[in-house]
Design a protein around this ligand. Structure first.
Ligand SMILES: Cc1cc2nc3c(=O)[nH]c(=O)nc-3n(C[C@H](O)[C@H](O)[C@H](O)COP(=O)(O)OP(=O)(O)OC[C@H]3O[C@@H](n4cnc5c(N)ncnc54)[C@H](O)[C@@H]3O)c2cc1C
Ligand code: SF4
Length: 445
């Protein structure tokens, strides 16, 4: 017999997927428990955030076996804490390919995230130079839709280290609303696997304060992100999870100008629409805060941010004259390959087609940077990177169209369920999919 099922819903993870479900279901006065691996993090700034948030359990940067850097954070609010505030509606082409209608949910997501186009007064000088450069090639840059309250935004450009003015939306807003509505939250708690009896989910096994225990609930929603959800599914007996991963891989490219650079200005303030629909390229002006830029250009392996390494990084940083550096990046829709293994290893290489796309994107960005005043002999390619792991429990393969797994009452709602990499900032799509699942759960359970 199942022990007392105290909760209607146990939600695992507080990124855009989990937090949306928590918010929507808590409005219906359901008994909800939210389980989160990490702590509530409040600091913003450069080195501290980089050191603490972008490393794996062994305190190493997350990389695939072939060396693709992967960014994600495990704290309350997941990777929304470090997001750039881009809130892009997926092109119809992608939703048609997925055969999913999200129109009403996307509209509601845009309202919740207060999405507005980047205002011209916050666009920095470097970006302005790129807009003009692209225009001279016949390519128009459009203001990026952002989930940012521009009345509070000071245009500091360090969104990926946490917003110091609270201008940027994060899922902390949804979580706090859920708690107000009665949801319970347990931090610093790692969900290991889903407990099930006779093909039906009945609870989860957790690691908290060094000890393993069990919590019972009627429905389990996994939203631990595309790198962790498949591992929990595998531990729960769903072995096909994690067979294949998409990354929306990107590569940044930089060049020095005689005069202006993009230091300390909003990143991806505008984007190039021209190649989005036909080539699936999401291209935008791009610049890291200097400390990360050094890592991106130098690619020194296995950074452990001990005091000595912080000093080394600062010294290298001085050599990068970010005040005169401009940059671009392009995310591509990479092919799903590789796997996420249960030990946390990420197997993922670029295919020939992926490399061709990245090379083509590089040539386009190089043209734009040179047209914007970058000296051709200073053009430098960054490393291959990703901030959008996805597709590790895709709809139609690991979960059905209602995002339910082969274990009934076990649902998945995060970037894992994407049928293919969208190649665009995915938060709005994850929120919309989670709203759709919430509606289904409210109606059917
Ligand atoms: C630097 C950076 C910038 C980005 N900028 C943008 C942007 O501007 N716009 C955009 O749309 N996207 C952006 N992204 C991508 C976006 O942040 C992610 O795609 C999105 O957060 C994924 O949401 P998710 O719900 O799938 O998972 P996550 O956000 O990864 O959330 C997963 C949650 O589960 C928790 N968790 C993990 N394992 C467990 C476990 N075993 N038990 C309990 N809890 C667990 C984690 O701590 C986390 O809270 C960015 C990503 C990065 C890294
Ligand atoms: S540019 Fe600065 S103030 Fe504006 S949203 Fe980003 S971090 Fe916040």
């Amino acid at each position: 017999m199942i022990a007392k099922q105290k909760y209607d819903y146990i939600i695992v993870g507080t990124g855009p997927g989990g937090a949306t479900i928590a918010k929507e279901l808590s409005k219906k006065k359901k008994r909800i428990l939210i389980l989160e691996y990490g702590p509530r993090y409040t600091k913003t700034g450069e080195i501290t955030v980089t050191r603490k948030l972008f490393l794996d359990k062994e305190k190493k940067p997350i990389k695939s076996d072939s060396g693709i850097w992967i960014g994600r954070t495990r704290i309350l609010s997941g990777s929304s804490y470090v997001a750039m505030g881009n809130a892009v509606t997926p092109p119809n082409k992608i939703l048609n390919e997925w055969n999913i209608d999200l129109s009403s949910e996307l509209e509601s997501a845009r309202e919740d995230l207060r999405v507005k186009l980047m205002p011209s007064h916050l666009i920095g000088d470097g970006t302005q130079k790129i807009i003009t450069g692209a225009k001279s090639l016949g390519w128009e840059m459009k203001p990026t839709p952002k989930s940012v309250d521009f009345s509070k935004c000071v245009g500091c450009g360090i969104c990926m280290y946490g917003c110091p003015t609270n201008a940027k939306w994060t899922t902390l807003e949804f979580i706090d609303e859920s708690i107000k509505n009665g949801a319970e939250l347990l931090l610093n708690t790692e969900v290991k696997k889903v407990l099930h009896e006779n093909g039906k989910a009945v609870g989860v096994s957790i690691l908290n304060n060094g000890s393993i225990s069990k919590i019972y609930g009627k429905n389990i929603i996994l939203s631990a992100g595309a790198l962790e959800t498949p591992r929990i599914l595998q531990n729960s007996g769903i072995k096909e999870a994690g067979k294949g991963i998409g990354l929306d891989v990107f590569q940044s490219i930089y060049g020095y100008t005689e005069d202006v650079g993009m230091k300390n200005e909003p990143i991806m303030a505008v984007y190039l629409e021209k190649f989005l629909e036909d080539k699936g390229f999401f291209s935008a002006p791009y610049m890291y805060p200097t400390i990360t830029l050094v890592r991106n250009l130098v690619d020194f392996d296995r950074i452990k941010y001990g005091i000595l390494n912080q000093l080394r990084t600062i010294i290298k940083t001085r050599k990068v004259k970010a005040k005169k550096l401009i940059g671009m990046m392009t995310k591509i829709r990479d092919e799903i390959t590789g796997e996420v293994r249960n030990d946390g290893t990420i197997i993922k290489s670029l295919t020939k087609k992926d490399r061709e796309s990245l090379d083509e994107a590089y040539e386009i960005n190089k043209k734009i940077l040179i047209a914007s005043g970058a000296k051709p002999d200073t053009i430098t390619r960054g490393v291959y990177e990703s901030g959008h792991p996805c597709c590790t429990a895709p709809i139609g393969k690991v979960v059905d169209k209602n995002q339910e797994s082969s274990i009934s009452n076990l649902y998945v709602s995060d970037a894992s369920v994407f049928p293919s990499p969208p190649g665009i900032p995915p938060i709005l799509t994850i929120v919309a999919l989670s709203k759709k699942l919430s509606k289904y759960l409210i109606t059917n359970s």
